[in-house]
Design a protein around this ligand. Sequence first.
Ligand code: THU
Length: 138
Amino acid sequence: MSSVINARALLSLAEEARQASYSPYSNITVGAALLTAEGRVYKGANIENASYTPTVCAERVAFFKAISEGERDFLAIAIAGGEKDKPSKADFPPCGVCRQVMAEFCNQDFYVIWGNGEKITKKTLAEILPDGFDKNSM
Ligand code: THU
């Protein structure tokens, strides 16, 4: 299944999602595009808050949109982020909290993709969250 994932196409949907970012405090805009096993894509953008801690990353917005619509089977997520109105950074990997959310809902071979037109990184969840704590640890 993973061989059919088009990293560049998913990343361009993440770029689109970036446009909706609400990030007046950091001025870092982030977009995510989450691909389900049935081929649907859920987009997310980061949403900040004046009180800071309620801020939610783009990846988790995409996951929670999908989960709350009943989706449970995911293949990959692409992430595009950088300074507002500037090109996405080549190195914009997901934060640890988002990796933990991925671990709750995804298999070890779930693909996490980030980058821009010049450089794309595609790694499995196992690679970016080794020895993670998840339902198998409970
Ligand atoms: N951010 C994300 O949306 N995803 C990440 O994986 C890292 C950080 C957001 C949170 C905050 O709005 C801004 O980027 C700066 O940290």
